[in-house]
Design a protein around this ligand. Structure first.
Ligand code: NAD
Length: 348
């Protein structure tokens, strides 16, 4: 109903609906009250350039005037690829907690390299959130997707353009997600938990779009684009290791994050240790993904991964990024070592 009104308000007569895989049936439900001029279903994670070109060609062939995407971040990403070169408006109906619908960030993958950029043309003009559309998302993927959102929050705390406004959005997003995800784990059909997750996911994405990609996102882009690792699960695994790496250099932020995740720093406790412990508790409660090895990364891949991350890692990262530090971080994430910050240096 909302969607039909929105399509009409935007004056669209030729809608292209992008939805692939499972989302096709969700999209058919969503599109019952609108005319669709073109359906496009070749959705592939990390948006290979050839799929983007096929979608752009379909949009041109059908003379579409609006792109409607119904699906997760991969589907939204394909709609963004169309908007990037055509300027067509996007209406997004998300079905995961990736948050791409609330950012002006696009990503395209070619020859094992994922390129991301920022362009206001790809920011959807309208987002329709309906928690009922996320109920069919399997629990493990729901939780991994929610942790992808939490990663938007945490990385926004130290990303290149981090500021107090996006910090406030990020912490409120993290607070909401830390409540929502255990509720979903306990009862996957719980609409209240899923609505709260969408609320947190939106705030997280707005914070991320404003703060830019920090070290965590740069690592995950390399792992996804070059090694084809699954997006949400990769974020879920890597996040605590990046937090453990950076938290000692940002004690004040670590203190606020620990409290936001429900475990305030106790007297005498090191803030970095508290923040990582709080995140570990949440991940344990969710039985979150733990090892990159489970998703196909091998030890032999690490040197290339380290080299590629070093090429794109933000110079403003709070903790200086070295080859040795990054190798240790990725080795821990590969094997699932318990995430922990280095022991605090004794004061002299
Ligand atoms: P996804 O879109 O690839 O979906 C994962 C799987 O879940 C797919 O098999 C899909 O068919 C299925 N699925 C989706 N919704 C479902 C539902 N409601 N019920 C059942 N199955 C469902 O995964 P994702 O994690 O949402 O998105 C990952 C992609 O999004 C990556 O390419 C990533 O780079 C991009 N992304 C971009 C931004 C941005 O700001 N540009 C932000 C986050 C993610």
């Amino acid at each position: 109903m909302n969607l039909a009104a929105e399509v009409q308000r935007l004056g669209s007569a030729r809608v292209m609906t992008i939805a692939g895989g499972f989302e096709r049936q969700l999209a058919e439900r969503v599109c019952q009250s609108i005319d669709v001029a073109c359906w496009f279903d070749q959705v592939v994670q990390h948006v290979p350039v050839k799929n983007a070109e096929a979608a752009r060609a379909a949009a041109a062939a059908h003379d579409v005037d609006l792109v409607l995407c119904v699906g997760g971040g991969s589907t939204t990403g394909l709609a963004k690829a169309v908007a990037l070169t055509t300027g067509l408006p996007i209406v997004a109906v998300p079905t995961t907690y990736a948050g791409s619908e609330a950012t002006n960030v696009w990503g395209l993958t070619e020859q094992r390299t994922k390129t991301t950029g920022v362009d206001d043309r790809v920011l959807p003009v309208t987002v329709v959130y309906d928690a009922a559309l996320t109920v069919s998302l399997p629990v493990d993927l729901s939780l991994a997707s929610g942790l992808n959102s939490l990663a938007h929050c945490v990385d926004s705390l130290w990303a290149p353009e981090a500021d107090p406004i996006n910090e406030a959005l990020a912490l409120e997003g993290a607070r909401a997600l830390a409540r929502a995800l255990p509720a979903i784990a306990q009862d996957p059909s719980d609409l209240e938990g899923r609505e709260r997750a969408l609320y947190g996911c939106y705030l997280a994405a707005v914070a991320f779009a404003s703060a830019g990609s920090g070290l965590h996102h740069k690592i995950c882009h390399v792992l996804g684009g070059t090694f084809d690792l699954p997006h949400a699960q990769t974020h879920a695994v890597v996040l605590p290791y990046v937090l453990a790496f950076n938290a000692p250099a940002v004690a004040d932020l670590a203190t606020r994050l620990a409290a936001t995740l429900g475990h305030p720093v106790t007297p005498g406790q090191d803030p970095a240790t508290a923040a990582v412990a709080a995140l570990n508790k949440l991940r344990n409660a969710l039985d979150a993904p733990r090892r990159l090895a489970d998703y196909g990364l091998t030890g032999a891949d690490l040197p290339e991964a380290v080299k590629r991350v070093l090429e794109v890692a933000p110079a403003s990262n709070p903790e200086p990024i070295t080859e040795a530090g990054l190798t240790a971080l990725l080795t821990d994430a590969l094997t699932g070592a318990i995430p922990a910050p280095p022991a605090p240096r004794a004061a002299h």
